[in-house]
Design a protein around this ligand. Structure first.
Ligand code: HEM
Length: 510
C-alpha cells in the first residue's frame, strides 16, 4: 500500500516519530488538495455567477462588519447584478435587480431558516434546545404566533402595552433629552416581553433589564468566528453560549413556575401552556421571537421618532390623526380619564384600519432604515435566478438596499417622505418581506409602534437636536453597515422633550 512504501522513504530523511505522523497525514492532505483544485477548476459557463475577485478569507470580516459597503463593492468589482463569493466552505450568491429579486422571492427551494442558521447566527442557540428546532416545531411556533396576534388577544394586550409605555416614558423624566437609539429599544423590549412572554417577567423591571443585557451580549458575541465556526470554542462562542443559557434559565424558570403554580393568567405563556405544547416549542417561541420581535421593532421605533423629531410637518400630521381618533372614539368621559385610558378606549380596528398617516410613516421608516439582507439556502435541487445557476446547498442573499435605496424607484432615496406612492410592483417594497417569507409578527409590531407613537405625540412635544441642542444639519442618516440597528454615530442626535399636559392637549399644534 502507498503509505507503507512512503514510511521507509520518509524515515530516510526525517526522525522516525515525525515520519510516522507525516506518512499518516500526507494522503489526507493530498486528497484535500485534489478536492480543492477540483472545486477551483470546476467548469464555468455563462450561467455561473461571476466570482468576486477577492480571496476567501478577505470576504469574511466585511461580510459581517460592513455588509452594505462590501456588497456594493462586489457589484462594482464584478460589474454584474448577480455575483458569488466564498465564505469559508460556503458559496454565497448575491442577487440584485428586478428579475433577480422576482426570482429570489418566488423561488420555492430557498429556505430562510437554513440561510439564517449559517449566515446570521443572531438567534440564541442552545444545543438540544433552540439549535435543534426542526421544521415541524418551527411551523408550530409560527402557528402559535398567529394565535398570539388574533384580534381578541391584541384587544386585551392593547391596554397592557399602553400601561408599559406610560410607565417607561414617565421614568425618563421631562422636560428632558433622550437618546432615541437607546431609550426606544428599551421601551420596545419591555412591550415585546409583555406581548410574547409572561407577566412574571414583564412586571419585573430589573429582570427585563437583565434579559435585555443578555440579548445585547448575544448580539455583540455574534462574530464571524461564532457564526461560521459555531463548534470552535472561541471567546465569542463561549460568551454567546453563556448568554443563551442565562436567557434559557430565565424563560425556563418562568414556565416551570407557571405550570407548578396551577394559576392561570392572561398572557402568551398561558396560551402556549394551555395548548399543551412541549417545552421545546414554548422555550423556542419565547427565546426566538423575543429577539426577532424586539430588535426590529426597537430599531424601527428609534428611527420613527427620530424622523418625526426631524420632520415637524409629519409630527403634526400624526398628532392630528391620533387626536381625531381620540375624539371619534372617546366615550365622553375624556376629562376624568388618563391619557392611557383614553387611548385604550380606541378599538383595535380603529388603530389598524383608520390611521393612514401612521401607516405611511411606518412604511417609509422601514424603507429608509431597515438594513436587512435576506438570507436563504437552496434546499431544493439546482435552480436559476435571473438565468444564473444556484447549485443545491448554495446560499443566496438579497440586500434590501437594492430596492429600498433605488433612486429609480424612490427618487432622492435618503429623504424621509411618507407621501411616496405605495402603488409599487411586486417586491418593489419589501419592508415586511416578500413572497413566501413575510413577517409573521407584523400585526403586533405595527400595533406597538402606533400605540407608542400615539402616547409620545399626545404626551409631549419633541424635537431632534444635536449634542449642542441645535437641529442637526444634515439630519442623521441610517448607517446600513450596522445591520442590526443602523444607528447614526453615537452622540449625533437626541430627542428633546417637553410635556403637553394631559387633558389640556392643544387643538392646533405644535
Ligand atoms: C418593525 C418590526 C418588524 C419588522 C420591520 C420585521 C420585518 C421582517 C421581515 C422583512 C421579514 C422577512 C425576512 C426575510 O425575508 O429575510 C420578517 C420575518 C419574520 N418576522 Fe418580522 N419584523 C418585525 C417584527 C416582528 C415581530 C414583532 C415578530 C414576532 C412577534 C416577527 C416575527 C417574524 C418571523 C417569525 C419571521 C420569519 C417568517 C418566516 O420564516 O416565514 N417580526 N420580519
Amino acid at each position: 500500500m502507498y503509505p507503507l512504501g512512503l514510511l521507509p522513504l520518509l524515515q530516510a530523511w526525517i526522525p522516525d516519530y515525525a515520519a510516522v505522523k507525516l506518512s499518516i497525514a500526507l494522503p489526507g492532505i493530498i486528497l484535500l488538495a485534489l478536492l480543492w483544485s477540483l472545486a477551483e477548476n470546476q467548469e464555468e459557463d455563462d450561467t455561473t455567477p461571476t466570482a468576486l475577485p477577492l480571496s476567501g478569507l478577505s470576504t469574511i470580516w466585511p461580510f459581517f462588519k460592513s455588509r452594505f459597503d462590501f456588497l456594493a463593492r462586489g457589484f462594482q468589482l464584478t460589474g454584474r447584478s448577480i455575483f458569488q463569493f466564498n465564505l469559508l466552505q460556503n458559496t454565497v450568491v448575491v442577487v440584485s435587480g428586478e428579475s433577480g429579486r422576482n426570482d429570489f422571492f418566488s423561488c420555492r427551494g430557498l429556505d430562510i431558516n437554513e440561510g439564517f442558521k449559517v449566515l446570521s447566527g443572531a438567534i440564541p442557540m442552545l444545543p438540544g434546545i433552540t439549535s435543534d428546532l426542526q421544521a415541524r416545531r418551527i411551523a408550530l411556533i409560527h402557528k402559535r404566533l398567529a394565535a398570539a396576534q388574533n384580534s381578541d388577544r391584541l384587544t386585551r394586550l392593547l391596554p397592557q402595552i399602553l400601561g408599559d409605555a406610560e410607565r417607561v416614558i414617565c421614568s425618563w423624566g421631562y422636560p428632558g433629552t433622550i437618546d432615541p437609539f437607546s431609550h426606544m429599544p428599551a421601551l420596545l423590549f419591555q412591550t415585546t416581553v409583555r406581548s410574547l412572554s409572561c407577566h412574571e417577567i414583564a412586571d419585573d423591571a430589573a429582570l427585563v433589564a437583565r434579559l435585555r443585557k443578555l440579548y445585547d451580549r448575544l448580539d455583540s458575541s455574534t462574530t464571524p468566528a461564532s457564526v461560521l465556526l459555531p463548534w470552535f470554542p472561541s471567546p465569542s462562542m463561549l460568551s454567546k453560549l453563556y448568554a443563551s443559557k442565562q436567557v434559557y434559565d430565565i424563560v425556563n424558570g418562568a414556565i416551570n413556575a407557571r405550570v407548578q403554580s396551577g394559576v392561570s393568567r392572561d398572557d402568551t405563556l398561558q396560551m402556549l401552556v394551555d395548548h399543551g405544547d412541549d417545552k421545546l416549542v414554548i422555550v423556542g417561541f419565547i427565546m426566538g421571537l423575543l429577539v426577532a420581535g424586539a430588535r426590529s421593532t426597537g430599531t424601527t421605533a428609534s428611527w420613527m421618532t427620530t424622523c418625526l423629531g426631524g420632520h415637524p410637518e409629519w409630527k403634526h400630521k400624526a398628532r392630528a390623526e391620533v387626536r381625531a381618533l381620540l375624539s371619534d372614539c372617546s366615550a365622553g368621559n375624556v376629562a376624568s380619564s388618563s391619557l392611557k385610558e383614553q387611548l385604550a378606549a380606541i378599538p383595535l380596528e380603529a388603530w389598524e384600519d383608520h390611521t393612514p398617516v401612521l401607516d405611511k410613516i411606518i412604511r417609509e421608516t422601514l424603507r429608509l432604515a431597515q438594513p436587512h439582507t435576506a438570507m436563504r439556502r437552496n434546499v431544493g435541487p439546482e435552480t436559476y435566478i435571473n438565468g444564473m445557476r444556484i447549485p443545491s446547498g448554495a446560499y443566496v442573499v438579497y440586500p434590501f438596499s437594492d430596492v429600498h435605496l433605488n433612486s429609480t424607484l424612490y427618487p432622492d432615496p435618503w429623504r424621509f417622505d411618507p407621501d411616496r406612492s405605495d402603488r409599487v410592483a411586486p417586491y418593489e417594497y419589501v419592508g415586511w418581506g416578500g413572497g413566501k417569507t413575510v413577517c409573521l409578527g407584523q400585526r403586533l409590531a405595527k400595533l406597538q409602534l402606533k400605540l407608542i407613537a400615539a402616547m409620545l405625540l399626545l404626551k409631549f412635544d419633541f424635537i431632534l437636536v444635536d449634542v449642542n441642542g441645535r437641529t442637526p444639519n444634515p439630519l442623521p442618516r441610517p448607517n446600513w453597515n450596522d445591520t442590526l440597528t443602523c444607528k447614526p454615530p453615537i452622540g449625533s442626535c437626541y430627542l428633546q422633550f417637553q410635556s403637553i399636559s394631559e387633558g389640556k392637549i392643544e387643538k392646533d399644534g405644535p
